[in-house]
Ligand binder design. Structure first.
Ligand SMILES: *Cc1c(COP(=O)(O)O)cnc(C)c1O
Length: 242
């Protein structure tokens, strides 16, 4: 299977998931996650119609993004999806148009300050640790619907971030736990959709987007309301880490 074939089959799966729940497939943005993959494959994906690419490491973006942009007619939109170390935050806005991995108030404040200094803005997502796994980055939202302390902290952080200049908060992002059967992720994605609805109602903010769903679970994420899916292996093949 070529990259173009893979993209087509992912698009078909997204359309099928949308059909199940009466959604317009146009409301779902496919982000090709190209981490570890060589520039030639990224260019191939762009030629096959992918307009959004995601990388998870700043250094990798620094080398690949300018190279890819120079080789294509229309540069894709670049999404930063991985954890950002504080000292590398300043490298992010020049490379990426969208940041999915705003995972602490401190990082939000840092990005805001950098953007304000350059009179610039970026679309951002707040990464949510909804399963409460220790291994995961993100704002803690475990048991948010019943745990008042968790809820209060989260509500307060979201409110603060909405007040920061330079950041346009588009919505929430999460990574579901790794499971054997993708159906097991459904309650997680549904919980994210409920959290988004409750946050936007109670704080009276607009949170249009949900960034959730990867190779192993994007059809379920779309059924539960994802507006952006981040798909790597199903497009570019397995990753080899050396
Ligand atoms: C790697 C990665 C993805 C894509 O994972 P696949 O399983 O290859 O689809 C999505 N989101 C984040 C944050 C990632 O790091």
């Amino acid at each position: 299977m070529s990259i173009a074939d893979n993209i087509q089959s992912v698009q078909e799966n997204i359309a099928a998931a949308c059909a199940k729940v009466n959604r317009d497939p146009e409301t779902v943005t496919l982000i090709g996650v190209s981490k570890t993959k060589p520039v030639a494959m990224l260019v191939e994906a762009i030629h096959a119609g992918v307009q959004h690419l995601g990388e998870n490491r700043v250094e990798e973006g620094e080398t690949k993004i300018p190279t890819v942009n120079a080789q294509v007619e229309t540069a894709p939109t670049w999404h930063m999806i991985g954890h950002i170390q504080s000292r590398k935050a300043k490298l992010v806005p020049p490379l990426f148009q969208v940041v999915h991995s705003v995972d602490t108030l401190k990082l939000a404040q840092k990005l805001s300050k950098l953007l304000e200094e350059t009179d610039d803005t970026r679309d951002v997502f707040l990464e949510i640790n909804i399963s409460g796994e220790d291994s995961k980055y993100g704002f803690n939202a475990a048991n948010w619907s019943t745990d008042l302390a968790v809820r209060e902290q989260l509500w307060s952080d979201v409110q603060t971030i909405f007040g920061l200049p330079g950041l346009r908060v588009r919505g929430l992002m999460t990574m579901a736990p790794i499971v054997d059967d993708m159906e097991q992720t459904r309650p997680i994605f549904a919980d994210m959709a409920a959290l988004r609805a409750e946050l936007s109602n109670e704080i009276d903010i607009d949170l249009p987007d949900l960034s959730m769903g990867m190779t192993d679970d994007y059809p379920v994420a779309v059924e539960e309301g994802a507006t952006l899916v981040r798909v790597g292996r199903a497009i570019f093949g397995e990753r080899v880490y050396t």
